[in-house]
Design a protein around this ligand. Sequence first.
Ligand code: NAP
Length: 533
Amino acid sequence: MIQLNSYACGQWHQGTGQGRVLHHAVTGEPIARVDSTGLDFAAMLEHGRQVGSPVLRAMHMRERAALLRKVAQVLNEHLPELYEIAFTYGATKKDAWVDIEGGIAAIAVYSSLGRRHLPESNFLVDGEVDRLSKEGTFVGRHIRVPLEGVAVQINAFNFPSWGMLEKLGPSLLAGMATIVKPATPTAWLTVRMVELIIESGVLPEGSLQLIAGSVGDLLDHLTCQDVLAFTGSAKTGCQIRGHANLIANAVRINIEADSLNAAVLGPDVVPGSPLFDRFIKEVASEMTVKAGQKCTAIRRILVPREREPAVIEALKSRLAGTAVGNPGNSEVKVRMGPLVDRGAVETARQGIARLQQEAEIVSGDPQRSEFAAEDGGKEGAFLEPILLRANDPANATLVHEVEVFGPVATVLAYDDTAGALSLVRKGGGSLVASAFSEDGAFIRDLTFAIAPFHGRLLLMNEKAASESTGHGIVMPQLVHGGPGRAGGGEELGGLRGIHHYMQRVALQGDPERLERLCTPPASTPPANTAAAK
Ligand code: NAP
């Protein structure tokens, strides 16, 4: 069994307590121990503030962008090893690709954006000059400067690579040192990636630290110059939001929580059409990629009432072709692995039982457990895809409230456009929704009715289908987050993502003085102002 250590104040630290033992998701064997007991969390923050962040701020933005490219290169050199680790917690090759190479791509995109669009300076000009006086001798202008503290990231178990890198790109680019705290069940992958980055020496000391295990009293020591970016369940998000020190010091927090994302089949889409088939493929894929353990996964499948039988039949047949088993077994074509651990299966079964109060199972058996027996899978954390059908969608409530974090989704029939829009909005705020239709009027009504409840909308038709990146994939160029239940946060969005780690300041004074202050060095292209918008 390996020991997963933290990296704090320039040293690797082995926990001095019992810690938590991680088990192989297929075989159930103990594989690693995680423990942060004995870490001095306040000292870690000071190390980031005093050692890491000042060195980053002494560089200009394009130099920091170059660092990100080096991080991506280091990780790219170790892909086979990273994939091996991902198999231990049940990821198939495709699941691991989404997380590992998706994360590396995200940090590479930030490097590219930074090198192409950011100035050779340490601040951004935001917007134009605002005239504030009659004679024009007194004007206003906005700039953004890096915060001087540490960017703390607390991540969910389902994206141990992407979760770290999609936050690390923007925070390093903005000039803030980072402390990474991966979720315990899949911490091994993050720990190994941080080890590789630290060993390579591509980042200045103090700019990246790691907590393997619990965060202890870390949150008690955050100040107004730090940023906390949390990804995880709505329940933990609420606890963090209510933390006394974070409230007292108005610490900047971004919360990415769970979400009951919807996919809507338009009334115009008939069975057998390419768009209908695309809808079925997308829903089935969202249910099974990463065994449904994706914050963006489709949980609610909205279909016109007359199409419900056809949709259910098509989904049943597609899901029946999903081979569930050991992703590490190269002799079997496994399409879906186990959940992260047996606790996750139990929680998912409880969630399914709650959904059954107002829905019936039309495909799959939540109690079935005999998968990958040839690989010792009896102790594995398996759950086959479960499709439910809501009995009375207009009056159902649990289907809009219970997130079952696994390969589980519910079909909800709607009677008209107004009914469909109302059902989508009942999710109370989601990361993403998708709509499949060629009908422009339907798409317009839907877009503006559900946009206030979402961070992203995928508007699918045949023209977009061939090159679409799909419902669940978060692109670093676009914002990620959502209102309400989804946490109310926002990340990524290209260069918008670095603004979360900077302070916007309004400057007032005489126009020439402000112009001199805001003029970047001569070699910087005019993209400076555009990038800051
Ligand atoms: P979780 O149980 O809420 O844990 C998330 C993170 O918070 C973990 O690192 C966890 O550490 C830590 N944590 C737990 N209690 C804490 C506390 N009191 N103070 C500070 N940190 C604490 O969520 P999860 O089970 O890992 O992830 C699944 C959930 O995340 C799902 O609900 C999913 O929808 C959501 N998610 C959302 C997004 C998004 O972008 N919106 C992305 C991925 C996942 P330990 O593991 O050590 O307890």
